[in-house]
Write a protein that binds this ligand. Structure first.
Ligand SMILES: Cc1cc2nc3c(=O)[nH]c(=O)nc-3n(C[C@H](O)[C@H](O)[C@H](O)COP(=O)(O)OP(=O)(O)OC[C@H]3O[C@@H](n4cnc5c(N)ncnc54)[C@H](O)[C@@H]3O)c2cc1C
Length: 445
């Protein structure tokens, strides 16, 4: 029986982060992956989707053929990054599924492994709650999008949460007749209305048909088409349907038998990402806390810190920077206006359109805005941007909120001019004096 300090099961972004650091810092580590290393972020989704979106942002007249020409080289680069991360003497990589034999032992490809600690990082998979199940032919997921192989003439994407609009953006870029369907009142539900309006308008201008506030009854395969039936309107027929963001956690044989508890199907963990079994942790999407790359890798690092007895404060999800990468991007950190209203938090709002600033003018940035939200003591509690490439600007803005930065401190700092940070200053000023002119655009008269 081979003995390890730590066995990490699942080689997605969280598993790779944990295994690579543990091995680098001296722990005898095994990483077990049933398919290709990289998971949803690297191999099956996030990064490739962002690359395709960026390709079309940077090449307005770009074509699928041009993209395919560079695609294979780009994918090889990804593989290189992964193997660089995993080149450590202390790390053994196993390919296969395996099963738990006990709280400290595991069987994989007929080999028995023993360990002090397990880290489970097996992620989730997209599922269809409808009669027609995912088949990669008529009922697709994001994994079919990045294959770039068969591009349909027509597609309907179910679910307008974050990734649905991004996928709609890609299909319309590829020249596909695209419909985006969301059962919520609007796509990107939960975002501030002006954020949603900006993305919705941009997608519609690009040619996406958006259906919101509806109730899907079922999705059924009929000959070589897919029928979508609704509770509140006529059926619609599409060539292909893509299901986005309806997920279920993956599973490892023997998990239940050794007593690992789950909640709503996801592995239950405490604040340190420990399961109810003393030496077993669960990180990333599989614990259902939040499905994002930064969360997955941060949880990995926190578990590794714990293994090395490094104490960390509780992870604060309120300060999570996040973005939507459609052509008109949304990015920000902290509270949005809608959240303040729902929570009954008193707030002051300042909004500045990017084309009100010198930076907006020089960068020919006609769209987008920056919103600063202050509490009534003029501490910054939210900073949100909508526009082209704005995901690049948020970076470490969470520090502004974490450090309880006062509006005045922002106003008295020197920033580069021209730059779009002029809009941050102006929005902060408008919030501070509550002198908000939402539609005052000095270049628009
Ligand atoms: C379309 C899309 C776009 C996204 N875009 C973004 C984005 O822009 N920014 C962002 O922050 N997040 C994004 N995300 C979310 C992000 O990709 C995930 O939160 C993150 O990749 C989760 O990583 P993970 O390591 O927890 O799980 P995964 O990446 O799912 O990795 C799990 C790994 O475990 C393996 N596995 C499963 N079961 C077993 C088993 N029994 N034995 C062995 N191995 C097993 C799987 O093969 C997989 O490799 C996106 C997600 C999607 C779907």
């Amino acid at each position: 029986m081979k003995k390890y300090d730590v066995i990490v099961i699942g080689g997605g972004i969280s598993g790779i982060e944990a295994a690579s650091r543990l091995a680098r810092e001296g722990k005898k580590t095994a990483l077990i992956e049933r398919s290709e290393l990289g998971g949803t972020a690297v191999i099956n989704g996030a990064l490739k989707i962002k690359y395709i979106l960026d390709f079309f942002k940077n090449n307005k007249d770009g074509t699928r053929e041009e993209l395919i020409e560079i695609w294979d080289d780009k994918l090889l680069d990804l593989e290189k990054i992964i193997s660089l991360k995993l080149e450590h003497d202390n790390l053994d990589i196993y390919n296969g599924e395996g099963k738990f034999l006990s709280e400290t032992s595991f069987e994989i490809n007929g080999e028995l492994l023993d360990t002090d600690i397990f880290i489970i990082s097996i992620g989730t998979k997209t599922v269809s709650p409808y009669t027609a199940k995912i088949d990669g032919k008529y009922i697709l997921t994001h994994e079919n999008t990045i294959e770039l192989e068969e591009i349909p003439n027509e597609i309907a994407i179910i679910n307008g949460g974050i990734y649905g609009p991004e996928l709609a953006n890609i299909y319309v870029n590829l020249g596909v007749r695209t419909t985006l369907i969301d059962e919520n009142q609007s796509i990107l539900s939960g975002e501030d209305d002006d954020h949603i309006d900006a993305v919705r308008t941009s997608l519609i201008d690009m040619g996406v048909n958006i259906i919101e506030d509806t109730s899907i009854k079922d999705v059924i395969l009929e000959d070589d088409k897919v029928r979508l039936s609704f509770l509140d309107s006529e059926d619609l027929i599409y060539e292909k349907i893509l299901i986005s963001d309806i997920k279920e956690p993956n599973y490892i044989e023997g998990m239940k038998e050794i007593g690992i508890r789950s909640s709503n199907g996801y592995i239950f963990v405490n604040e340190s990402f420990k399961t109810n079994v003393e030496n077993i942790y669960a990180i990333g999407d599989v614990n259902g806390i939040m499905n994002m790359i930064n969360i997955a890798t941060e949880q990995a690092n926190r578990v590794v810190d714990g293994i090395f007895d490094i104490k960390r404060e509780r992870l604060s999800y309120e300060l999570l920077p996040r973005g939507v990468f459609t052509e008109m991007e949304i990015a920000g950190v902290g509270y949005q206006e809608r959240q303040c209203q729902i929570l009954g938090l008193p707030y002051k709002l300042g909004k500045c359109y990017i084309n009100e600033t010198w930076g907006g003018w020089t960068k020919v940035c006609n769209n987008g805005f920056i919103k600063v939200i202050l509490d009534y003591e003029d501490n910054v509690i939210g900073l949100w941007t909508v526009g082209e490439n704005v995901t690049e600007y948020i970076g470490f803005f969470s520090l502004i909120i974490e450090n309880k930065t006062k509006a005045k401190a922002i106003l008295t700092k020197l920033i580069i001019s021209p730059s779009i940070y002029e809009a941050v200053k102006e929005a902060t000023y408008r919030a501070m004096v509550s002198d908000v002119h939402l539609h005052n655009n000095m270049f628009d008269h």
